[in-house]
Write a protein that binds this ligand. Sequence first.
Ligand code: SF4
Length: 552
Amino acid sequence: MTQLQYARKGITTPEMVRVAIRENVSPDFVRDEVVRGRLVIPANIRHLAGSGGRPPRMRALRGNGSAHQAVDVDHLTSVTGHPGHGDGARLWVNQTVSQRMAALNDIEMLRGQSAHKRLDPMGIGRMITTKINANIGASPVSSSTDEEVEKLRWAQKYGADTLMDLSTGGNLDACRQAIIDNSTIPIGTVPIYSMIIGRSIEDLDHDTILRIIEHQAAQGVDYFTIHAGVLKENLHLVRNRIAGLVSRGGSMLAKWMIHHNKQNPMYELFDEISAIMREYDVTYSLGDGVRPGCLKDAGDAAQIAELEVLGELTHRAREAGVQVMVEGPGHVPLHEIAWNMQIEQRICDDAPFYVLGPLVTDVFPGYDHITSAIGATEAARAGAAMLCYVTPKEHVGLPKADDVREGCIAYKIAAHAGDVARNVPGARQWDDDLSRARAALNWSKQFELAFDGDRARALHDEDLDVDTDFCAMCGHDWCSVRISKEIVEFASGKAETFQPARPSMSSPGLSAEQQGILRSRGVKHACHSDAVPDAETARQVQQEYVKLNVPR
Ligand code: SF4
C-alpha cells in the first residue's frame, strides 16, 4: 500500500512519524495532510529499504488495530536543526553544510539493506518547510556515472532535499541505480528520457512505456515526472508563442501525437501507469510539458489548458491511491507568480506545487540561478511546496559540480526566505541566533551558524586573519557593530551566551577546503589590516592607512 492508502485507513506509518520529527510537527498532522493530498512523502519501498533494486525485506507492524507490512529498517529518530537550536526550532532543513557533511561521512548512518545508503523519509507540502530539488544527469556529450554520484554528494552537502536524475547519455540504468543506492534523499526521473534511447520518439509504443516505468520503479525511483497533461487538442494553443514547447518531455510527446495523429500515450495509459506506481509507492510529479519558456508566453491559454488537465489527473491519481504533486513554470514575471500559485491550488486541489524557478527575466544567461531564485523566493512565499533549482549553466550547458553548489545555495536562500515570510514556526530562530553572534562580534559562532561557514570564514580571513571587534570592510573606527556594542543604551551584541571567548584572537586558520576557496578567487590583494598578529597592530595599520588614503 502507499502512504496515501495507509493514511486513509487512519494508519500512521513510520515514514509519517519520521517526517513529523524532521518538521517539528505531530505525526497526526502529517497523516491528515497526506489524506488531504496537500503533503506527499515520495518513498519508493525499495529505496526506503536500500535494497539495491531488489525486493526489500519486510516486517509486520500493528497500527490502528490492524497489522500491516513495512520495510524492515528503523528510521532515524532524532533531528538536528541549526547549531544550538532551541526546542521550537528543530527543523531538519535548517542544518548547515558542516552538519550535512558530518552526516554524509558517517557510513553507518542510513546504511541500506544491501545498498550503501537508504532513504531518510521526507515530506513535500506547503504546510511544512519549503524544499529544494537539484537536477543532475549525464548527457550524450558529457559526464559519467562517477561524476553524477559526486554531483549527488554535492547536492546533498549543499542542501538539496530531493534530486532528479535527468540523464540522457552514458549507461542510464547503471547511473540511475548508483544514484539511488548512494542517496538518502528521494530520487526523481523523467522516464520518457530512457524510452527514446536507441529509438526515435515516433517509434515509442505503449508496451515500451509501461516496461520502462516498471523497470525504473523496481530500481527504487521515488517520483516520476509524467507529462500526461499535454493533450493533442491543445497543441494549437502554442502557435503564437515565442519559445514554443521548452519541456523536453512535452516537445517529444507533441511530436509523437502529430506524427501518429493520436492522443498523448501518457494520458491514454494513465491508469496503467498508476497501477505500477501504486505497487512501489512511487509519487507522481505531473509534468508541465507546456510550461512557458519565456516571459511573453507566461500564463497563456496553453499553460492554463494543461493545468486544467493536470487538475483532472490529480484526482485520478488520488483515486488510484497514488500520491501526487504538480509541476509548474518556468519563466514568469515577478508580479504574476503569486497568481500562478493560487490557480494551481484551486485547479489541482492544493496538490503540492513543485516549480522550476521561475525565472523573472530572460536576459541574464550565465546568471539564471539568480534570476530564478528571485522568482523562487516569491513562489515559496506564495505557497510553492518545492523549488526546482536552476544553475548558472541553465540554457547554456550541462551543470558541473560547482554549478550544482551555486544552484543549491541560491535555492536554499529562496526556500528559507520563503519559510521566514510564511512564519513557519521556528524558521526565524536561525536568523536571530546568527544576528546575535554577529552583533556580539563573535566570528567563530557566526561562521558556525552560517549555512556555508567554510566560505564565510575564508572570505573573512582573506582580508584579516584576526577575529576582533571589526572586520576589513569598514575597519576599526567605522565599525558600527563595535560602536553599537559599546553604547550601553543599546542591546546590540550583549547577549551573554553569544560573547566571543576573547575580544581578540588569531583566526583558527583555514582548512584545505577554505584555502581552495581563496585560491579560486585568484591573487589576494593586500589589505590595510591584513595578516596582523593582534587587534592593536590592526588598529595601527588602519590608522596609517587612513592617514595615507583618506582626504581631509
Ligand atoms: S567593520 Fe563594518 S562590516 Fe565589519 S563588522 Fe564592523 S560594521 Fe560590520
